[in-house]
Write a protein that binds this ligand. Sequence first.
Ligand SMILES: [Mn+2]
Length: 232
Amino acid sequence: MKIKALFISDVHLGSKGSQAKELLSILKKYKPKELFIVGDFIDGWLLKRRNYWTQDYINVLRKVLSYSKNGTKITYITGNHDDFLRDYSPFEFGENIQIVDEIIWNDYLITHGDLYDGVVKLKWLGKLGAWGYELAIGIDIFLRKFGFKFSLSSFLKQKVKRAVSFITAYENQLAYQAQLNGCIGVICGHIHKPENKFVVVKNKKIHYINCGDWIEHNSYIIDDGNGLHLHK
Ligand SMILES: [Mn+2]
C-alpha cells in the first residue's frame, strides 16, 4: 500500500522482547515515501552487555535498506537506547538516509522524547497491574499478623499514581516542546504507550501522537494523505 509516511519507534533490536518478525510484515505491507524511525530502534544498552542478534533483526535491517534503495527517504531519530548515534548526528548516508536527534516535519516536532522526560523514570510501575496489587494486599495481611506497620499495597498504589502522573507530565511536556517550536503537534515514542490525542498548551490544541513500541503494542503511525493515524 502506498502511503506518505510511516512512523515507528522503540523497536529495541537486540532485546529478546523485540517483535521484529511482526514489524517486518508491516514494513512489507506499506510503501511509504518517507520512513521515520523515532528512536530506540537498536538497543545499544543491551548489545553492550551481551551479543544477541537474530535473523529477524537482520531481515528488518535489510527491509529498511531496500526501502532506501527503492526511493523511500529514511529519517532515523536517535533515542536514549541508541544514543551512541548521537556522537555522529546529524549525519547523512548517501541520498536518502539521515540520522538526526530531532526534526520538524510538516509542522510536527518529531523527537524520541527522552530529552524531555525529566528525572523521574517510573515506567515499570505503570505495568504493575491488578494482579500485583492483589498480591501486595495478601502480603500486607501477612505483615500485619506479625505486627508490621508498613503497607505494601498503599505504597504501591502511591507509586502507580505517580507513574500515571509521570505519563501525563510527559505528554504535557512533549506538547509544550512542540508549541515552543511553533509546531501544531509532536510525534514521539520512548514511554511505550501508543497515543493519539490533543493536549491543550496555553489555550492551544497540540496534537500529541506517540508511536508506541514493538515489544508490547506493535503499534505504528501512518500518514495516508488524510492525516496521521495510529495503528495498534
Ligand atoms: Mn527511549
